[in-house]
Design a protein around this ligand. Structure first.
Ligand code: FES
Ligand code: FES
Length: 216
């Protein structure tokens, strides 16, 4: 091919001053990198010191003990490790799913001290000393949790990827008293998305369990 289609193949001195984005970025990158990198880094350090004056910045992997499904687990994790990654990558508890990893889909929902929590937005170090329950900890031996049984009964899933998060949210939703009507249950389950569109069946499952608990 002709070199005029690939001006970057020409010697530097023979290229025209093109004013292109590439040229701008090459020039600006050096200037901005020099001008901004250092102040931003020092601002971050100053902010961290203000927020936690007595806590040194922790880096590197450190020992951490978590209580998951009633069992104490000893881990060595970097402070930036999310609870979701701790569960899936370090403890082999892969029932909790990674959908968006940005707090938008609910697939990673677990319970922390009984409260539904998005594990992709929670650092593992934040839940030290708390009771964490995942989908693996919901059944009692071979006996499914009533919400799991209701999902089976009502076909509350298709591909099943969102299902652990839906079930964990459903359990919390009923416990919170937020499933006393179809509209209320829809509203309080709205953080859990289902790409397969199994919403009608999920709603039926949640409402059945809410009805059972209302009867006592
Ligand atoms: S993976 Fe956590 S909300 Fe989507
Ligand atoms: S069952 Fe497939 S995403 Fe919900």
């Amino acid at each position: 091919m002709q070199s005029d289609l690939f001006p970057e193949d020409q010697p530097e001195a023979s290229r025209p001053a093109d004013g292109s984005r590439r040229t701008f970025m090459q020039q600006a990158g050096g200037i901005l990198g020099f001008a901004l990198a250092s102040p931003i880094a020092s601002q971050a350090e100053t902010l961290a010191e203000k927020l936690a004056p007595n806590n040194p910045i922790v880096s590197g992997a450190s020992p951490l003990q978590l209580t998951i499904n009633g069992q104490v687990k000893n881990l060595t994790l970097e402070p930036r490790t999310t609870l979701l990654d701790a569960l899936r990558e370090y403890l082999d508890l892969t029932g909790t799913k990674k959908g968006c990893d940005h707090g938008q889909c609910g697939a990673c929902t677990v319970h922390v001290d009984g409260q539904r929590t998005l594990s992709c937005l929670t650092l593992a170090v934040m839940v030290k000393g708390k009771e964490i329950t995942t989908i693996e900890g919901l059944a009692t031996g071979e006996q499914l949790h009533p919400m799991q049984a209701a999902f089976v009964k009502h076909d509350g899933f298709q591909c099943g990827y969102c299902t652990p998060g839906q079930i964990m949210s459903g359990v919390a939703c009923v416990r919170e008293g937020h499933a006393t009507s179809d509209d209320q249950a829809r509203e309080w389950m709205s953080g859990n998305l289902c790409r397969c569109g199994a919403y009608a069946n999920i709603l039926a499952a949640v409402r059945e369990v809410a009805g059972q608990q209302a009867k006592g």
